[in-house]
Design a binder for this molecule. Structure first.
Ligand SMILES: Cc1cc2nc3c(=O)[nH]c(=O)nc-3n(C[C@H](O)[C@H](O)[C@H](O)COP(=O)(O)O)c2cc1C
Length: 354
């Protein structure tokens, strides 16, 4: 059931409930602020088995907005460490914390969601973005710069140094952001990758950059350090990554030692035809679970404890991540335990609530 423990590689996780990574767009110069402190502290004692810290940029130009968190200089790293320690200080001992390492590629240099989510205008201090090919996310958007081989090597090094810092800071797990239309996804997708070199063209070539990023991180991490990727189950486009390509990619990740995948979808095109509704991505995880032996996490409009539990019981996925459900109710796990008749530890200060 959802409250049973699970191992992700060598990491024991006390239950299968995950707080999905969620950008707060509230950092200053890549450093977390008080907003992050309260956000991570309240989710810290949520009793979720794994709490994912938001997409964290491995280099400054890889931030989505001016207000995204980074891990590219000492100040950002110190603020991440401080906030992780604060969250851990109020969390149950067996709660695990992961960080999602990211590069936004052509979807960088944009406004925060509540400011419109569009590309930054000249007045808004925009910066030059990079992409496998000079194709904008939307025809009205800025044109990104095609990455040279030297850019590819630089970004690889940035992911490596970010990963080493994440371990040093004290994270229990690293997730590479490989979906939602950000840089790794841009390489994998035939929609955004029209390169003529070994990084573009057929699927083998399009997979090369994300797989190289994965391997180069893996090669510097301590043995058995849990490492996974958030991937695209489908782009919901006729000419994009489909479930078959997603499965081939997942199998390649498995071959090179990936401990888990979280299967999400879309994000690389402005208007994909997504059949939005409860559990709309579960079938994508199910297919990858059937075809690999990795731990598979699902996500997307999962809110009801009984239905979330059924995902695990029916073996459609091994873990369930939730985003907005935790924003509206950080005590989701406590309420789910009541519904599912399961005993969990809650902070004694709040125990009378139950
Ligand atoms: C405020 C907000 C910020 C998000 N930021 C990220 C992020 O940093 N990385 C990521 O992979 N997904 C991000 N997402 C997507 C969520 O992780 C999740 O996949 C999505 O919200 C669907 O799950 P839900 O229906 O349970 O919210 C974000 C979603 C929200 C609502």
């Amino acid at each position: 059931m959802i409250f049973s423990s699970i191992k992700i590689g060598s990491l024991e996780v006390s239950n299968r409930i995950v707080v999905a990574p969620m950008c707060q767009y509230s950092a200053i110069n890549g450093e977390m602020t008080n907003w992050h402190t309260q956000h991570l502290m309240q989710l810290g004692y949520s009793a979720a088995g794994l709490i994912m810290v938001e997409a964290t940029a491995v280099e400054k130009i890889g931030r989505i907005t001016h207000n995204c968190v980074g891990i590219y200089d000492d100040k950002c790293t110190i603020s991440l460490k401080k906030n992780l320690q604060l969250a851990k200080s109020v969390a149950p001992n067996n709660s695990r914390f992961g960080i999602q390492l990211a590069h936004a590629g052509r979807k960088a240099s944009t406004q925060r969601p509540w400011e419109g989510r569009s590309y930054l205008s000249k007045k808004e201090n925009p910066w030059k973005t990079i992409c496998p090919s000079p194709i904008p996310f939307h025809e009205s958007w800025h044109v990104p710069q095609e990455m040279k081989l030297s850019d590819i090597e630089r970004v690889k090094k940035k992911f490596i140094s970010a990963s080493l810092k994440a371990v040093e800071i004290g994270f229990d797990l690293i997730e590479i952001h490989g979906t939602h239309g950000y840089l790794l996804h841009q390489f994998l997708s035939p929609i955004s990758n029209k390169r003529k070199d070994k990084y573009g063209g057929n699927l083998e070539n399009r997979m090369r950059f994300p797989l190289e990023i994965f391997s180069s991180i893996k090669s510097v991490l301590p043995n058995d350090f849990p490492l996974g990727m958030r991937i695209t189950g489908t782009e919901w486009e006729n000419n994009g990554i489909d479930q078959n390509e997603a499965t081939i990619f997942a199998k390649e990740l498995e071959k090179i030692g990936c401990d888990y995948v979280c299967v999400s979808s879309g994000g690389n095109t402005p208007n994909p035809k997504i059949p939005i509704g409860p559990h709309y991505q579960v079938h994508l995880a199910k297919k990858i679970k059937k075809d690999t032996k990795m731990v598979v996490r699902t996500v997307g409009m999962i809110t009801d404890p009984i239905q979330a539990n059924n995902i695990i019981i029916n073996k459609n996925a091994d873990m369930v991540a939730m985003g907005r459900a935790f924003l509206s109710n950080p005590r989701w796990v406590w309420d789910a335990a009541k519904v599912l008749n399961h005993d969990i530890e809650v902070p004694p200060q709040y125990a009378r609530r139950i």
